[in-house]
Design a binder for this molecule. Structure first.
Ligand code: SIN
Ligand code: CO
Length: 377
C-alpha cells in the first residue's frame, strides 16, 4: 500500500495551481510499482499508447508503439513512455491510491517513463498538473517560471521550447516527488537508468467546455428551433440589427446555455469519459443473478475497471455517469450511486440493505456483465 509522507490538504493550500515544488521522500517506504521489463511489455501491447523518444547526436526522434522489440534502441539519450499505465497494471492502480483525495473528474492518468542515461523529452510546457514521482534511478529536473517562451521548431511532435532559467534545479531520487502546475516550463535529464511516474490532472479550458456542450446540444437534437418573428415590420435601416432582435437571438442562445438539466447531464457524461483506452472485457459467460447474489453474500468484493470514471453531481446522487453514459438509479437508491462512484471496490457491507433490492441487483448484474465491474480474484 502506498502512503504519502505529507499532508495533501496542506500541499493543496500552498502549491496546487500556484507553484512547482520538490517534495523529498514524498512516499513512505517507497518501492517501484513495476519493473523495467514490465514497462517494455506494456509498450508491446496494441491497446496501450506508448512512444520512444531519442536524441542521438542532436537529432530528435519519436516512434510510436506498439513495439515488437527493443534491441535496436539506443541505450543512452532515450526514453520509453507508456501512457495510462494505471489502466493496465495493478501496481500502478495501487500507486495512485494515496492521491484519491483529489477529485476523480480532474484525474487523467499515470504515465511511466523508462529513461536511459541522458534521456529526456527536452524543455517543454504541459497543460497538466503533474506529480512526477521518481522511482528507481536518478534524474535531474529543472523547472522555470511561468511566462512566454519561444517554440523550438524541431517538428517532432514534442512541443519543445527554446529554453528557460530554472527556479528549481534538483536531482530526484527514489520516492521524491516534483509537482508542476500547468504552464511552468520544465526538463528532466536522466543520470542513472530511471523509472518515473507522472500522475496527471487536467483542468478543462473555458473554450473546451463550450465546445463540448455545443457537441452535446447538436448530437442530442436540443434547440432545433428557428428564430420565429410573426410580428416583423418593414424598416428604413436595412442594414441594422435592432436591439429587440439581438435580444431575441440572445435569448435563444441563453435558453440552451441555461438548460441546467441538459448541462448537468452533458457535464457528467463528458467528465466521466476517459481520455485513454480502458481494459473492459464483457463477462463471458455472463453472470447469472443468483451467482452474483451468492458472491456478495459470501462477502467478496466487486472492483471497478481500473481508471474508469463513475461520477455523480453533489445535488443528485440518484443519477450516475459511468464512462460517458448516464444511468438513472431506481428511486431511493442514492447510496448505491455513491458506492459505485466513490469506491474503487465494494462488498455487501457498503451496499447495506440495498444488497437485497432487486432493482439494484439487476443493475449491478448488468454492470458486471458489461465488464465495468468485476469480481475480485
Ligand atoms: C519525462 O519524464 O521526461 C516527461 C514527463 C514530463 O516532463 O511531463
Ligand atoms: Co512535462
Amino acid at each position: 500500500m502506498y502512503q504519502l509522507n505529507f499532508d495533501l490538504n496542506e500541499f493543496l493550500t500552498r502549491f496546487w495551481h500556484k507553484e512547482p515544488v520538490v517534495i523529498k521522500s514524498g512516499f513512505v517506504d517507497f518501492e517501484d510499482p513495476i519493473s523495467p521489463d514490465e514497462v517494455a511489455g506494456l509498450a508491446m501491447e496494441e491497446e496501450i499508447d506508448s512512444r520512444f523518444v531519442a536524441n542521438q547526436d542532436g537529432e530528435w526522434q519519436v516512434q510510436h508503439g506498439p513495439f515488437e522489440s527493443f534491441e535496436s534502441f539506443p541505450d543512452t539519450h532515450s526514453q520509453l513512455i507508456v501512457q495510462a499505465a494505471n489502466h493496465w497494471h495493478p501496481g500502478l492502480r495501487a500507486f495512485v491510491e494515496p492521491f484519491r483525495g483529489l477529485p476523480n473528474w480532474l484525474f487523467d492518468d499515470v504515465m511511466i517513463c523508462l529513461s536511459m542515461p541522458e534521456g529526456g523529452v527536452g524543455p517543454h510546457i504541459d497543460q497538466y498538473d503533474v506529480f512526477i514521482c521518481q522511482g528507481m534511478g536518478k534524474r535531474r529536473w529543472r523547472v522555470g517560471d511561468k511566462g512566454e517562451y519561444k517554440d523550438a521548431n524541431h517538428h517532432t511532435g514534442l512541443r519543445q521550447i527554446e529554453g528557460f532559467d530554472p527556479i528549481i534545479d534538483e536531482i530526484l531520487e527514489p520516492g521524491d516527488i516534483l509537482y508542476i502546475p500547468p504552464g511552468f516550463p520544465h526538463e528532466g535529464n536522466t543520470i542513472d537508468v530511471s523509472l518515473s511516474y507522472s500522475i496527471g490532472y487536467r483542468s478543462p479550458k473555458k473554450q473546451e467546455l463550450l465546445n463540448g456542450y455545443a457537441d452535446y446540444v447538436i448530437s442530442n437534437d436540443k434547440g432545433d428551433i428557428h428564430y420565429h418573428n410573426p410580428e416583423l415590420q418593414t424598416r428604413d435601416e436595412h442594414g441594422m440589427i435592432p436591439k429587440a432582435e439581438y435580444n431575441a437571438l440572445n435569448d435563444m442562445l441563453m435558453k440552451l446555455i441555461n438548460d441546467d438539466e441538459a448541462k448537468a447531464r452533458w457535464m457528467g457524461e463528458q467528465l466521466s469519459t476517459s481520455r485513454h483506452e480502458l481494459d473492459i472485457m464483457a463477462a463471458d459467460p455472463p453472470w447469472q443473478s443468483d451467482e452474483l447474489q451468492q458472491f456478495l453474500e459470501d462477502g467478496l468484493f466487486l472492483e471497478k475497471v481500473s481508471g474508469m470514471k463513475a461520477l455523480y453531481h453533489e445535488n443528485n446522487p440518484g443519477v450516475v455517469f459511468i464512462n460517458g453514459e448516464t444511468i438513472e438509479l431506481p428511486e431511493g437508491c442514492e447510496i448505491f450511486g455513491k458506492v459505485l462512484c466513490d469506491f474503487e471496490d465494494f462488498s455487501i457491507d457498503e451496499l447495506g440493505p440495498l444488497a437485497s433490492n432487486p432493482a439494484v441487483l439487476a443493475l449491478l448484474l448488468d454492470l458486471c456483465n458489461q465488464g465495468l465491474w468485476y469480481p475480485q480474484a
